[in-house]
Ligand binder design. Structure first.
Ligand SMILES: Nc1ncnc2c1ncn2[C@@H]1O[C@H](COP(=O)(O)OP(=O)(O)OP(=O)(O)O)[C@@H](O)[C@H]1O
Length: 369
């Protein structure tokens, strides 16, 4: 029952068919020395959901995760885990799984003992414990390294052990803060696949922190985009990417170009018409007056369209990126614009070249400025 956005993946419906809420967060506020870093966070994470907190440095992601974990107190608001108020519980009482970038393994213990640690703390009997450790090491592909010490492992292998350790006792909720941040790109992609597979297999509810859009896109059922202590958007990756709710999300999440325009009522229809320079096209929006058009680099193509935005510009630079070419141009009446065009596309895209690019109206989101 996996969908494109993966929303249904691994979730456990309640008898009435709705997905039950694992973590319920309402109106969480937090200030440090008069600076408000969380400004009223509302969030319901569903059973089995993989939810990512995505945002620039300082937007409050780690603070929110630490408050959920119990390492940090909140000033006001409420938090319930599977219906129970956890606000006053210590981190140990909350019993959550955690994988942090800096959350090191115990160096003096073997890999197997690291994975067994949480099970011993919970007094699992030894036969059950051994079977579980074996199963978890199997799951992360490291059964042959059970007797090694952490220093004898690569960074990626250490993160796999950390994941196995956090998941071993089937926590109600797994919190992960930039767990792949220290890994190189290839290893990160490999670990993303691994995380997706493990999540599908176990159906654990996960809250994941990252500032990397691609990582968030690859992993998440839903993404909460954080901006200065608030959610600027909370939706499936596809919805946020294709229909960003604000200019901040458009820029941060899909690297969209933001192009000033004017929207007015279309005398010929119920809808609106958007004007940029001498280009006019119908648009799906209730906004009128000054607006901002969000146009993703990939939506701009070297062709003309009947309904949409057409821009003429001079190429400033052109960068080959594998199958794509990233072209930056200065467009007449619009300003700087970035387009991402197939490298196989014939045509002149070298600096100084004059080009015409268009985006179809259905690929353009009209936003309040
Ligand atoms: N213990 C603290 N004392 C004072 N200020 C803090 C403390 N912890 C965090 N802050 C401030 O709160 C704000 C949010 O920090 P937080 O670490 O939650 O952001 P973040 O989105 O996780 O950033 P990053 O991606 O850089 O980790 C920042 O301005 C930070 O300086």
């Amino acid at each position: 029952m996996t969908t494109v956005a993966g929303v249904e993946r691994g979730t456990q419906p309640t008898p009435d068919g709705a997905r039950s809420v694992a973590l319920h967060v309402r109106s969480i506020r937090k200030s440090f020395a008069n600076q408000e870093v969380l400004r009223g966070i509302d969030l319901d994470v569903h059973e089995g959901e993989f939810l990512t907190l995505l945002g620039p440095s300082g937007s409050g992601k780690t603070t929110l995760l630490r408050i959920i974990a119990g390492f940090e107190s909140h000033d006001s608001g409420e938090m319930r885990l599977q219906g129970n108020d956890i606000s006053r519980l210590s981190p140990a009482q909350r019993d959550l799984g955690m994988v942090f970038q800096q959350y090191a393994l115990f160096p003096h213990m073997t890999v197997a003992d690291n994975v067994a640690y949480g099970l011993k703390m919970r007094r699992w009997d030894s036969a059950k414990l051994r079977a579980r450790v074996e199963q978890m090491l199997e799951m992360v592909g490291l059964p042959h390294l059970a007797d090694r010490k952490p220093r004898q492992l690569s960074g990626g292998q250490q993160q796999r052990v950390a994941l196995a350790r956090a998941l071993a006792y089937e926590p109600k909720l797994l919190l992960m803060d930039e767990p792949l941040g220290a890994l190189d790109k290839n290893l990160r992609l490999q670990m993303e696949e691994e995380l997706r597979r493990v999540h599908r297999q176990l159906g654990t509810t996960v809250i994941y922190v990252t500032h990397d859009q691609e990582e968030a896109l690859a992993l998440s059922d839903r993404i909460a985009v954080m901006q200065e202590g608030r959610f600027a958007g909370l939706d499936t990756p596809t919805a946020l990417y294709q229909r960003p709710p604000s200019t901040f999300v458009a820029r941060f999440f899909s690297n969209a170009n933001l192009i000033p325009a004017t929207a007015s009522s279309d005398p010929g229809s119920e809808g609106a018409v958007v004007e940029v320079g001498d280009c006019r096209f119908p648009a799906a929006t209730d906004l009128r007056g000054d607006v901002m058009l969000a146009v993703r680099p990939r939506s701009l193509r070297p062709e003309t369209v009947a309904d949409g935005l057409t821009i003429h510009g001079t190429v400033i630079d052109s960068l080959l990126m594998g199958d794509d070419r990233q072209v930056r141009l200065e467009a007449a009446g619009v300003g700087p614009v970035v387009a991402r065009i197939s490298a196989a596309q014939p045509g002149e895209f070298e600096p100084g070249a004059t080009v015409t690019l268009s985006a179809a109206s259905h690929d353009i989101t009209v936003l309040a400025p």
